[in-house]
Design a protein around this ligand. Structure first.
Ligand SMILES: NC(=O)c1ccc[n+]([C@@H]2O[C@H](COP(=O)([O-])OP(=O)(O)OC[C@H]3O[C@@H](n4cnc5c(N)ncnc54)[C@H](OP(=O)(O)O)[C@@H]3O)[C@@H](O)[C@H]2O)c1
Length: 340
């Protein structure tokens, strides 16, 4: 959102607030999370104070907390990157009206009742979306939008693992809109959800060999591009469903990292391409990230089934339980509601 110097600075806040925030005190499991009260400085130039209404819990939170991820944060660090809330006060030079409903990602420490956020990381929530929907779409929407930039998809066959997950749902709809023939992969009751999203084919991964099912759906040729957030358990299967010179885009490690020794298998798979997606390489800063989130919000407003349903809600005192809930493979989004 815009931040421009204004003469009307009546809402500029000069004193900070006390906030409650979840933080990871050392590398480890959910047990390393504690909730503390701390002083939060008043927003500086170009910043706003957001009263957090809903914070989204993401797999990245657990990876950061574990201390063994490619991206690291110094301990103790505040937990959470995604939230939706209301602008409670503004710093000098900020024009965003107090009371504006905003959401975003990259808000380190979003699992809190208040957060200070640079104005360039704010996206206004459209009237049709609730705080919960916005906090379920912001992080996934930025990722899904950037993922569609990685490989040509128009007129190609795209297979999407986790197609009924937070990122997967948005990917299915975005790829179909860009002219891809989408094969969604899901399990259990989520298979039906993917059919309703408009995938051309849906593969139930519990119903047998996934690569064979993808090949059967493509007359034996395979997919031109595979979007895989699972890694270790699915790497070989993903290679096995690629068309010659196709591309495997890995963007997560729900089942652990891929063993580097598998490199020679790219030859057998047909000289295919494999990439480990790095979102920062496909955006040029937060102007791009917020544009992608804005597009995902528009899509979600038109297509509510592209928003992952809420699986569970926790209060701020129970952020460790929220992390455990996400690690257990829930059927939807895990949220923290600070006001609960
Ligand atoms: N910037 C980024 O790079 C970025 C941003 C956001 C998310 N991500 C990553 O994207 C991934 C998905 O995030 P999300 O929020 O969409 O997660 P989610 O909502 O929890 O969905 C994940 C889906 O993956 C499927 N799945 C889980 N374990 C699996 C397994 N062993 N084999 C096959 N499928 C499995 C499940 O679907 P079924 O059981 O129905 O198959 C589940 O619905 C995570 O790895 C996350 O870290 C990356």
């Amino acid at each position: 959102m815009d931040s421009t110097t204004t003469d009307d600075e009546r809402d500029v806040m000069t004193e900070g607030v006390k906030r409650r925030v979840a933080r990871a005190v050392r590398p480890g499991g959910p047990e390393v999370i504690e909730v503390v009260e701390e002083a939060l400085a008043a927003p500086g130039p170009g910043e706003v104070l957001v009263k957090v209404v809903v914070s989204g819990v993401n797999h990245a939170d657990g990876l950061l907390r574990s201390g063994g991820y490619v991206v690291s944060a110094r301990f103790p660090h505040p937990v959470g990157v995604e939230a939706a809330g209301v602008v409670a006060a503004i710093g000098p030079g900020v024009l965003v009206p107090v009371g504006t409903r905003v959401a975003g990602t990259g808000w380190l420490g979003s699992c809190a009742d208040y957060a200070v956020v640079p104005v360039e990381r704010l996206v206004e929530i459209p009237g049709q979306l609730s705080f919960e929907q916005a906090a379920s779409v912001a992080h996934a929407g930025a990722a899904a939008g950037a993922l569609t930039r990685v490989w040509p998809v128009e007129g190609r066959v795209a297979a999407v693992w986790g197609a009924a997950g937070a990122v997967g749902r948005l990917l299915v709809v975005m790829l179909a809109r860009r002219g891809a023939e989408v094969i969604g992969i899901a399990s259990g009751a989520r298979v039906k959800a993917v059919q309703e999203l408009g995938a051309a084919h849906v593969v139930d991964r519990a119903a047998g060999d996934v690569a064979e099912q993808v090949r059967a759906a493509t007359g034996g040729r395979g997919a031109d591009v595979v979007f895989d957030p699972v890694a270790a358990e699915t790497f070989r299967t993903s290679l096995g469903m690629l068309a010659p010179r196709g591309c495997l885009i890995n963007y997560g490690q729900l089942a652990g990292e891929v063993d580097g020794a598998l490199f020679h298998e790219l030859f057998r798979a047909g000289g295919v391409f494999v990439t480990k997606f790095n979102a920062a390489a496909y955006v040029t800063g937060y102007a791009d990230v917020t544009r992608l989130i804005g597009e995902a919000f528009e899509l979600a407003a038109q297509h509510p089934s592209a928003v992952v349903p809420v699986a569970d809600r926790f209060g701020l005192a129970d952020v460790a339980a929220a992390h455990r809930a996400l690690d257990s493979g829930p059927a939807g989004k895990v949220l923290v509601i600070p006001g609960r």
